[in-house]
Design a protein around this ligand. Structure first.
Ligand code: HPA
Ligand code: ZN
Length: 337
């Protein structure tokens, strides 16, 4: 285990499932609340952290939207993104694909451009300073209606060159992928990559819909796909990556114990599973903590760990030269450790 800890810490990794608003650490949240004179509703960092006891996705989402309400200025989005990138740089994360929730900001009167300008400036600084490659995936909030998603999509077109893909997040049950068929069709026509959260709390039918109707290229989470053997077979044969988030699954009670987490089974079935942090400030860990926790709970081997890291680079929305470079970095690391 000790050897594997060091191996995991130094391993070059890709993070493909990260909500930037979910990387908002309470200390920074308090600082920005003060800077912007926005009341937070908690007396201290400790009291806020105590509220992070969730029994389902919605419990988390309620606090997550409350937390992001202190983000107002371009500099706030820069500081948030910069802090995340500094943390994962220290964990040898080499490529990141960040989700952001424009409606969580525009519905509060913050301009789309304020959000994306701040995030983008931080991505560029980290690319220059640390060599981390990055891209942005704009998520639609599925608890809102498709008209709202469509308006957001139209606003995003002014920033087309800075947005790689579209995704779907927030409250899953009762909001199936089919609700967003039209906006995803428009996004595909405009050349965006497409992903969606499915099968986190929702049934396997939502994973089918994400594939059939939204035509996603990856499934975010996908845990409940395992309940449907024909769906598993399809995910394997079509090589659809799953962006799995172990500590998120534990904290949101998608699994009762990490020893019962399906990640090892996913690998055994031939699914292209990757490890990610989802909302690290809320779920108790960034990339390395997620890798370490599942390694220990599921007794993953060094080969399993390398497969997970390789899957991350193979599933990333990057061009061939960057993928080659990252896979080469991984191979070199494995050969020398
Ligand atoms: N699931 C759905 N929506 C989300 C999540 C999640 O884990 N994190 C942020 N928005
Ligand atoms: Zn997520």
């Amino acid at each position: 285990m000790h050897d594997l800890r060091e191996f995991i810490e130094g391993l070059p990794k890709a993070e493909l499932h990260l909500h930037i608003e979910g990387s908002f650490e309470p200390e920074l949240m308090f600082e920005l609340a003060r800077r912007n004179a926005v009341p937070l509703g908690y007396a201290s960092v400790e009291q806020l952290r105590e509220a992070y006891a969730f029994s389902q996705l919605q419990d988390f989402l309620d606090i997550y939207y409350q937390g992001m309400s202190v983000l107002l200025e371009e500099q706030d989005f820069y500081d948030l993104t910069r802090a995340y990138l500094q943390r994962v740089h220290a964990q040898n994360v080499r490529h990141v694909e960040l989700f952001f929730d424009p409606q969580g900001h525009t519905d509060r009167g913050v301009a789309f451009t304020t959000v994306i300008d701040g995030i983008w400036r931080a991505l560029q600084d980290s690319q220059r300073e640390h060599g981390i490659s990055a891209c942005l995936i704009m998520c639609f909030l599925r608890h809102l209606d498709q008209n709202s998603a469509m308006r957001t999509f139209e606003q995003s077109l002014a920033h087309r060159d800075r947005i790689t893909g579209v995704g779907l997040d927030s409250s899953e049950i009762g909001h199936p992928p089919s609700k967003f068929a039209d906006v995803f069709a428009r996004a595909r026509e405009a050349g965006f990559r497409v992903v969606a959260h499915a099968g986190e709390e929702g049934p396997p039918a939502y994973v089918h819909e994400a594939l059939d109707i939204l035509r996603v290229q990856r499934i975010d989470h996908g845990n409940r796909a395992l309940e449907d053997p024909a769906l598993v077979e399809r995910l394997v044969s079509e090589a659809i990556p799953l962006t799995v988030c172990p500590l998120s699954n534990l904290r949101l009670c998608v699994v009762d114990d990490l020893r019962n987490h399906p990640l090892k089974q996913m690998l055994a079935l031939g699914l292209r599973a990757t490890v990610n942090s989802d909302d690290p400030a809320y779920f108790g860990g960034y990339m390395n903590e997620n890798y370490l926790a599942v390694q220990e709970a599921l007794e993953l081997t060094r080969e399993d760990i390398v497969t997970l890291a390789r899957n991350g680079f193979e599933a990333a929305f990057i061009d061939a030269p960057r993928r080659q470079a990252l896979l080469h970095e991984l191979d070199r690391y494995v050969a020398t450790q």
